[in-house]
Design a protein around this ligand. Structure first.
Ligand code: AMP
Ligand code: GLY
Length: 413
C-alpha cells in the first residue's frame, strides 16, 4: 500500500510512527511533512491545495490518504478524493463545517439536545452589542469561523466584551471568520479531549486525554495549540464517560444521521466538565495535536486495520494499554506569538527513554533546524504518570536549540 498523510505537525509524526513498520505499507508520502516524516518516507512540498493533492494521489498511485489538519477537510478534500474513487479517511466537507463554523455546530448541538453551554449566535453587530449590556460576566465570545485556535475570548467585563466584539465583527481581525459570533455562558471546570473513530454508522471513542493549552506553567498566559498532553486524563472517570456517552456522543450520532453528515474519519470532542457534568465546547473533525501523540502509543490495535475497518463500515473493538503516556512539547522562543526559526537542534542522539516526534522542524542538509512554533514532542509511557513524566523531562535536558522552552508542569498533579 502507498499512503499519503496530509499535514506537518507532531500529530502527523505520531500517525506516521504508528504506521511505520507495517509490512503492508510500501511507501509513505507526507504533504508537507517534517523532519520525522522525512526519515520515514517522502515529504512532498508542491501539493498544497485539494486539487494538487488529488493530482498527486492519482499520479503516485496512492492507495489511502489520511488527513491531519482541519483546513484541508473544510476545503473539501474528502469529497474531491471520493469523487475520483481515491480512498481517504476524514470528514466530508459538510461534516467538517461542524468545526469550520461554530455557529453551525452550536445550532447542531441545540437541535439535537447535546449538552453544551447556553449561547446565542449573532450576525448583526448592533444586536450583539445590545445583548452584551444585559449579560453577567465572565462570558465567552467566539468568532464562528476558523481562527487557528485564537478566535475565543473569555471576557471578564463589558468593556473587554465590547472591544472583542469590535475586533471580530468590525475590525475583522480574523477576516470573514468574525462575520458571525457566538456569545456563550462561561463554564467552570476541567477540560478533556475525546477522539472517536467513525465507521460511517457508529462512533468509537478512544481514551480521554488531558491537553495543556496555555503557554505558561500553572496554566498561565496565552492559549496555544497545546504544550503537552497526558493519557488517560487523570480527572475523567468512568462516571464522566457514561455521562459523555449518553448526553454528548449518542445525540451527536443521532444528529449526524438526521442531517446526513455521516463520514468515515475522526471526530474530536472538546469537553468542559463542570459540577453539572460534561458539556461540549467544540467539535474538531480530526485528530487533536498533541492528543494524538499520547493516544497512539497506548492504542493496542493496528492503526491501519482500524482505519481499514472504518472504511469498510465494520465494528471496532478498540483496546488501550493499561499504562500512562505523557507528551511534552518543546517550542521556539516567543511562541505562540512572534518566533524566529532556523536554529539547529542538537542532542537528539542522547535521548534515552522518549520517542522524539518532530513538528516544526526540518532537515537542512544533515542538520535539523527549527521551522515552527511547536518544534518537537517528547513522548514516553510508564506504569505511572510520574514514571512517564520523568522520562520526558530527563530527555528534554539533553535537547538544545536557541531560545527553546517548554512547560515544567506537564503531568504534575
Ligand atoms: P473552543 O475553540 O470553543 O474549544 O474554545 C477554546 C478554549 O476556550 C477552550 O479549550 C476553553 O479553554 C475555552 N472555552 C471555550 N468555551 C468556553 C466556555 N463556554 N466556558 C469556559 N471556557 C471556554
Ligand atoms: N489540542 C487541541 C487541538 O488539536 O485542537
Amino acid at each position: 500500500m502507498r499512503i499519503l498523510i496530509v499535514g506537518d505537525g507532531g500529530r502527523e509524526s505520531a500517525i506516521a510512527k504508528k504506521l511505520a513498520g507495517d509490512s503492508r505499507i510500501t511507501k509513505m508520502f507526507f504533504a508537507k511533512g517534517n523532519a520525522t516524516t522525512e526519515e520515514l518516507g517522502e515529504n512532498v512540498y508542491d501539493a498544497k491545495t485539494v486539487v494538487e493533492l488529488r493530482d498527486f494521489a492519482i499520479k503516485n498511485k496512492v492507495d489511502l490518504t489520511i488527513v491531519g489538519p482541519e483546513a484541508t477537510l473544510v476545503d473539501g478534500i474528502v469529497d474531491e478524493f471520493t469523487n475520483h474513487e481515491l480512498k481517504i479517511f476524514g470528514a466530508k466537507q459538510r461534516a467538517a463545517t461542524l468545526e469550520g463554523s461554530k455557529a453551525f455546530s452550536k445550532k447542531f448541538m441545540q437541535t439535537y439536545g447535546i449538552k453544551t453551554a447556553q449561547a446565542v449566535v449573532f450576525d448583526s453587530y448592533p444586536d450583539a452589542k445590545e445583548y452584551l449590556q444585559k449579560q453577567k460576566f465572565p462570558l465567552v465570545i467566539k468568532a464562528s469561523g476558523l481562527a487557528g485556535g485564537k478566535g475565543v475570548v473569555i471576557c471578564e467585563n463589558l468593556e473587554q466584551a465590547d472591544a472583542t466584539l469590535e475586533d471580530f465583527m468590525i475590525r475583522r481581525i480574523y477576516g470573514d471568520s468574525g462575520i458571525q459570533v457566538i456569545i456563550e455562558d462561561y463554564l467552570e471546570g476541567f477540560e478533556a479531549s475525546i477522539i472517536a473513530f467513525s465507521n460511517g454508522e457508529k462512533l468509537f471513542p478512544c481514551i480521554p486525554v488531558k491537553d495543556y493549552k496555555k503557554v505558561g506553567n500553572g496554566d498561565k498566559g496565552a492559549n496555544t495549540g497545546g504544550m503537552g498532553s497526558v493519557a488517560p486524563s487523570p480527572q475523567f472517570n468512568d462516571e464522566h464517560m457514561q455521562d459523555f456517552e449518553k448526553n454528548i456522543l449518542q445525540p451527536t450520532l443521532e444528529g449526524l444521521k438526521a442531517e446526513h453528515l455521516q463520514f468515515k474519519g475522526f471526530i474530536f470532542f472538546g469537553l468542559m466538565v463542570t459540577k453539572n457534568g460534561c458539556h461540549l465546547l467544540e467539535y474538531n473533525m480530526r485528530l487533536g495535536d498533541p492528543e494524538t501523540q499520547v493516544i497512539m502509543p497506548l492504542l493496542e490495535n493496528n492503526l491501519l486495520d482500524v482505519i481499514q475497518d472504518c472504511l469498510d463500515g465494520k465494528e471496532l473493538d478498540l483496546k488501550f494499554k493499561d499504562e500512562k503516556a505523557v507528551c511534552l512539547v518543546m517550542c521556539s522562543g516567543g511562541y505562540p506569538r512572534n518566533i524566529e526559526t532556523g536554529f539547529e537542534i542538537v542532542g537528539i542522539d542522547k535521548v534515552k527513554d522518549s520517542q522524539v516526534l518532530f513538528a516544526g522542524a526540518a532537515y537542512k542538509g544533515n542538520k535539523i533546524v527549527t521551522a515552527g512554533g511547536r518544534v518537537l514532542n517528547l513522548v514516553a509511557t510508564g506504569d505511572t504518570y510520574e514514571e512517564a513524566r520523568q522520562k520526558v523531562y530527563e530527555d528534554a535536558l539533553t535537547i538544545n536549540f536557541d531560545y527553546g522552552f517548554y512547560r515544567e508542569d506537564i503531568a504534575k498533579f
